[in-house]
Write a protein that binds this ligand. Structure first.
Ligand code: HEC
Length: 139
């Protein structure tokens, strides 16, 4: 019985988008998905969902030019940056957005290498079609 209820509890937690302190509820969950819960405070990450509460939708972000998701009023600094989002550029960005694009409004950092790796892995797998399109278009 316990074995059945634990993953169900984890699914309910993911669905509610609420991330309490780590506990047995996380049994079977992807660490990147749990960490990505912090990004969801601001961002949406779902096809056609439009922007999140405080930031653009990240669906299809791999291969996209920075500052171009529809429906979001980006800073001129990010729009002018010319960045194309790959794992490399996003890794640098997540470490410290303000050092990559001075003047950006993303006020959030992931200084830990392992945590960034998990987050990027989760994003890649959640949107694998978009990711594959992006890497096929790399020059
Ligand atoms: C406190 C709110 C907040 C959090 C938390 C946050 N972001 Fe952001 N993010 C923003 C804002 C605001 C922007 C737009 C910045 C601008 O216009 O300069 C942004 C932009 C981005 C962009 C560029 C998008 C584009 O279309 O060019 C990426 C990629 C990104 N965030 C990834 C993440 C990831 C991954 C996380 C979690 C590890 C995260 N962000 C957490 C607020 C946030």
């Amino acid at each position: 019985m316990r074995r059945l209820t634990l993953p169900l509890a984890a699914a309910a937690v993911a669905w509610l988008g609420h991330v309490p302190a780590p506990s047995a509820q996380y049994f079977g969950m992807d660490p990147g998905e749990v960490l990505f819960g912090e990004c969801r405070d601001c961002h949406n990450f779902a096809e056609g969902a439009g922007p999140g509460r405080k930031a653009p939708n990240l669906w299809g972000v791999f291969g996209r030019v920075a500052g171009t998701a529809p429906g979001w009023d980006y800073t001129p600094e990010l729009r002018a940056s010319g960045i194309v989002w790959t794992e490399t550029t996003m890794d640098r960005w997540l470490r410290n957005p303000g050092s990559v694009v001075p003047g950006t409004k993303m006020d959030f950092q992931v200084p830990n290498d392992q945590q960034r790796e998990y987050v990027l892995e989760y994003m890649r797998n959640a949107d694998i079609a978009g990711y594959l399109r992006a890497i096929q278009n790399l020059k």
